[in-house]
Design a protein around this ligand. Structure first.
Ligand SMILES: *Cc1c(COP(=O)(O)O)cnc(C)c1O
Length: 397
């Protein structure tokens, strides 16, 4: 059977495949330390699970409205008001099967062949494929480590052409952990308004932020920016609910309607039970989130300090999410027991095979001078894993 052109162009998610490879080795009894994980290692808080069980008992087991229950949309509207100072009507909210699905819907309704989409690199893996699946052309703009991997106004202006339709922003960022300031977003926003370029703002790591930094939604900076922006968020990362598959988008009414109409012909509503659980996540106690955040912060500080002691590894302090993104390029051109290391991918292979440490090479995010280490794993594993990395790197001559 022949595959469609659309399918032939898709690469599988490299982060998910590395995670799968590590999990397989662990299942075979091998002692692998997995820094490839893209989800919190904490369990979903009990009050959220209770809400799901109650929903089942009450018979909330039927189709809901395609774009989500009234109750969940109200909770999301209240969240935007309280956390971001954004006023949306329930009709501007679309709940989907994870933020990844919200992003997919947004690209599908906003892009078409001939459109260019500005994608700052390093970027989260799925953006690239989703832009291509929408028939649009990704325009990758490399940001610089010296600028904390944040797109500058000059870089943005240089990438704009008459075909530029959209830009994707992700703050706090996966993989870099960078957080844009209000001033930086305002400066980019001014250019985007001038050129009438739509914005997809992926704010899934909004709550996972450290050092007293402030999360700012670009949509909140002016009425014009709000009219040009689709904000994406969800419960996966903040509430340790990756398996529940609830994400959401807030958009101008016509865009939200198009996204809901598209969804009505694919998944219909996201799971009714997970929606009830998400109401509890958004409206219930935020203490479990605070506890998780404190633990992530402790791990980040420990991991950063240890990794900076390894000669030749350079690592910025990430302000958000749960990843470190160190530069390992000083090892390129050298070798480990006769094996030449010429990229982060080579190093990731070596680390997995020789040191039993799994992590994601930067090629997955568009820059193979870096590796991504997740600290969504225990302090003990972090300590052990870093010793293994240090020992292997010490053997590269
Ligand atoms: C995890 C992640 C998502 C997707 O989250 P789901 O709600 O689980 O689909 C979206 N964007 C980024 C940057 C992520 O890291």
């Amino acid at each position: 059977m022949n595959l469609a052109q659309r399918a032939l162009g898709i690469s599988p998610s490299p982060t998910l495949s590395i995670d799968a490879k590590a999990k397989k080795m662990i299942a075979q009894g091998l002692d692998v330390i997995n820094f490839g994980v893209g989800e919190p290692d904490f369990d979903t808080p009990q009050h959220i699970k209770d809400a799901a069980m109650e929903a089942i008992q009450k018979g909330m087991t039927k189709y809901t409205a395609v774009a989500g229950t009234d109750q969940l949309k109200q909770a999301i509207v209240a969240k935007f008001k309280q956390d971001n100072g954004l006023d949306y009507q329930p009709g501007q909210i679309v709940v989907s099967c994870g933020a990844k699905h919200s992003l997919y819907n947004a690209f599908q309704v906003l892009c078409q062949p001939g459109d260019e989409v500005i994608l700052p690199a390093p970027y989260w893996v799925s953006y690239l494929e989703q832009i291509k699946l929408a028939g649009a052309q990704p325009v990758i703009v490399n940001t610089r480590q010296e600028n904390d991997f944040k797109l500058t106004v000059a870089e943005l202006e240089a990438a704009i052409t008459p075909r530029t339709r959209l830009i994707i922003l992700n703050s706090p960022s996966n993989p870099t952990g960078s957080v844009y300031t209000r001033q930086e977003l305002a400066a980019l926003g001014e250019v985007l308004v001038k050129h009438k370029i739509a914005i997809i703002s992926d704010e899934i790591y909004e709550k996972l932020i450290y050092d007293g930094l402030e999360h700012v939604s670009i949509a909140s900076l002016s009425p014009e920016l709000k009219e040009q922006t689709v904000v994406i968020n969800g419960v996966s990362k903040s509430y340790a609910m990756t398996g529940w598959r609830i994400g959401y988008a807030a958009a101008p009414a016509a865009v939200a309607k198009a996204m809901a109409d598209l969804q009505s012909h694919s998944t219909s509503n996201p799971t009714s039970i997970a929606q009830a659980a998400s109401v509890a996540a958004l409206t219930g106690t935020q203490q479990p989130l605070q506890d998780m955040l404190r633990e992530f912060n402790r791990r980040r500080d420990f991991m950063l300090e240890r990794i900076r002691q390894i000669p030749g590894v350079q690592c910025r302090q990430p302000g958000g999410a749960f990843y470190l993104f160190p530069d390992v390029s000083s090892y390129f051109g050298k070798s480990y027991r006769g094996r030449v290391v010429s990229s982060a991918s080579d190093l990731a292979d070596l680390l997995l095979e020789e040191a039993r440490v799994a992590l994601v090479p930067g090629i997955a995010f568009g820059d193979d001078r870096f590796i991504r280490l997740s600290y969504a794993t225990s302090m003990e594993k972090i300590a052990q894993g870093l010793e293994r990395i240090a020992a292997l790197l010490d053997g590269i001559k």
